[in-house]
Ligand binder design. Structure first.
Ligand code: SF4
Length: 448
């Protein structure tokens, strides 16, 4: 094990303090992205090539209605595949044949790699190329890795979108400037942003990923892109390589983040302040009113982020500046300094940001600080609840529509819920039983 110097927040510094360690980055399985991606791209299918464990993860996390035609499945690697007794490529071709003959509505098939497929070195990119030759143009076949060996769970979306970038058509040199919003957003959020962009006079707007896999936006010089999610490092890199220009902006969480994010697009398209104010005044006002309800319940409370979703810095900025919370530490699995710079610049002076922190040392700092709320992955939530700390699952912040003005109040309310839950538990249970419950390391207590 490597010994690290203890991390402490510097005082009197006007910038956030960034400390880097080489702790664990693999905080949850990248297959998780399928749960929100399959809802977003409505004619896509995600075929995980993995084990029964992968199938259980996806099925229990996403939930499947038995009468619905699901848009994800697992091609299970059996023992004879692992033992080399069967040709995994032949088996995969057979499964894909069956699937696409039964489901002609599928227009985009993702072969999704997993830990087991990587361990047996099954080359899914080769399989995807072979199958794409057979089924394109009726169905495109792409591949990416959702393996949990070395990933954060949000990297699954980055890998899926990065796999789609080479399919995007080239933008004609004489076509007008366009705006590309990158990152899966709930349809309701996408519709709200589309209306605001129209009110601003920005009409040439596309969202990536699209709702239908065939509605692919053209990319090239003249494409200005706004990242809607902070975990799309590889996708952004590939889009920039195709000539897209990234607009630097904080992520659209809360009133401040949404205004600055929309403002970056307005500035890039030469829209003046008066037009911007006219287009955003009403939703800004609604968001500010929604925040008034929750701010008193959060103001002054301390919060500690363990690294998980990569949303930590924008969330901390929102909670500090708009909800009045006190940030103890912002742990991030990876810190993309360019993409994060606008949010980091808005964090309170001296905020401690840790990248890839050693988890044991971070737990010690958390226990010493006794924050009012801890945002963390599922693996840490229940043990911390058992120690009497109030927790919030960070994965819930990825599943829930939280971007934009109309969701600012909902986002704040997500952080109020653990406090309400604790209060309800302490009211419902006699004092002795409540103490016992807080001390018992049981599952489910942190589902807020
Ligand atoms: S991909 Fe790996 S981490 Fe994810 S469910 Fe499968 S075995 Fe587990």
């Amino acid at each position: 094990m490597t010994a690290h110097a203890p991390i402490t927040a510097a005082s009197g510094c006007s910038e956030p303090v960034v400390q880097r360690q080489r702790g664990q980055h693999a905080v949850f399985c990248g297959l998780t992205g399928i749960i929100w991606m399959h809802r977003k791209i409505q004619d896509a299918f995600f075929l995980v090539v993995g084990s029964r464990t992968c199938a259980h993860l996806i099925q229990s996390a996403a939930g499947v209605m038995i009468f619905a035609e699901p848009r994800f499945a697992t091609a299970i690697i059996e023992e004879r595949d692992l033992a080399g007794l069967a040709d995994a490529h032949e088996e995969l071709d057979r499964v894909v044949d069956q699937l696409l003959s039964r489901r002609p509505d599928i227009r985009l098939l993702f072969l999704v790699g997993s830990c087991p497929s990587e361990v047996i070195k099954l080359d899914l990119s080769r399989a995807a190329q072979r199958l794409d030759k057979r089924f394109n143009p009726d169905c495109r076949v792409l591949s990416y890795s959702g393996s949990g060996i070395e990933t954060t769970f949000t990297q699954g979306e980055d890998a899926a979108l990065a796999a789609m970038v080479p399919s995007l058509p080239a933008k004609a040199a004489d076509s007008p400037a366009s705006l590309l919003i990158v990152g899966a957003l709930a349809d309701v959020v996408e519709d709200q942003f589309r209306r605001i962009f129209a009110d601003l006079g920005i009409v040439n707007v596309a969202f990536f990923p699209p709702r239908r896999s065939t509605d692919l936006p053209a990319i090239g010089p003249g494409t200005r892109m706004l990242l809607a999610q902070p975990f799309l490092a590889e996708t952004a890199r590939l889009l920039e390589a195709r000539g897209a220009e990234r607009l630097a902006a904080p992520f659209p969480l809360g009133v401040e983040g949404t205004s600055a994010w929309l403002g970056a697009a307005a500035a890039a398209f030469g829209i003046g302040q008066a037009a911007f104010d006219a287009a955003t005044a009403a939703p800004r006002e609604r968001a500010a009113r929604a925040m008034e309800r929750y701010r008193p319940q959060l103001a002054g409370k301390s919060i500690f982020f363990f690294p998980d979703s990569q949303l930590e810095a924008p969330l901390a900025r929102f909670l500090a500046n708009e909800a009045g919370m006190r940030i103890v530490e912002v742990g991030m699995p990876y810190l993309h300094r360019q993409h994060m710079a606008p949010d980091m610049g808005l964090l309170p002076a001296g905020t401690l940001i840790t990248e890839g922190a050693d988890v044991d040392q971070q737990l010690d700092r958390c226990r010493a600080a006794r924050p009012d709320l801890v945002v963390c992955g599922l693996g840490l939530a229940n043990p911390l609840e058992a120690e009497g700390l109030n927790t919030k699952w960070s994965i819930e912040l990825v599943f829930t529509p939280i971007q934009g003005y109309e969701q600012a109040g909902d986002l704040a309310e997500l952080f109020v819920r653990p406090f309400n839950r604790k209060q309800r538990l302490s009211v419902q249970l006699p004092a002795k039983a409540a103490t016992h419950q807080a001390a018992a390391p049981t599952g489910g207590a942190s589902c807020s």
